[in-house]
Write a protein that binds this ligand. Structure first.
Ligand code: FES
Length: 108
């Protein structure tokens, strides 16, 4: 098991996260207010932009392949290096979800 430092720019918070642990789980344990909802890689609520470093997140189904290079779904992402993340930054595809939800609401 390897531990990496995950730093959240903007808030200056930094935590140690093992390569076997999701970033979200470590945030919850450390009392960091990371947003989340589904916890299964679908809703994008837990998204963060990757400013530096690499994650593995094969189960992040809510992201396109291209988005997975730049965004981490923290409920699924495990660090592969030290990281700098910006929390609350969402990939472009979240707009599609919002539009679909608005369409569904309009149909009611
Ligand atoms: S909490 Fe839904 S994608 Fe992470």
């Amino acid at each position: 098991m390897t531990e990496y430092t995950v730093e959240f720019v903007g808030t200056g918070e930094a935590i140690e996260v093992s390569d076997k642990q999701t970033i979200l789980k470590a945030c919850i344990e450390e009392g960091i207010a990371q947003e989340y909802s589904c916890r299964v890689g679908m809703c994008l609520a837990c998204s963060a932009e990757i400013l530096e470093g690499e994650v593995t997140q094969p189960a992040a189904r809510g992201l396109t392949e291209e988005e997975a290079e730049r965004y981490a779904l923290t409920c699924m992402a495990r660090p592969q290096s030290d990281l700098k993340l910006e929390r609350g930054i969402y990939p472009p595809s979240i707009e599609d979800d919002v539009a679909a939800a608005a369409d569904a609401a309009a149909d009611d």
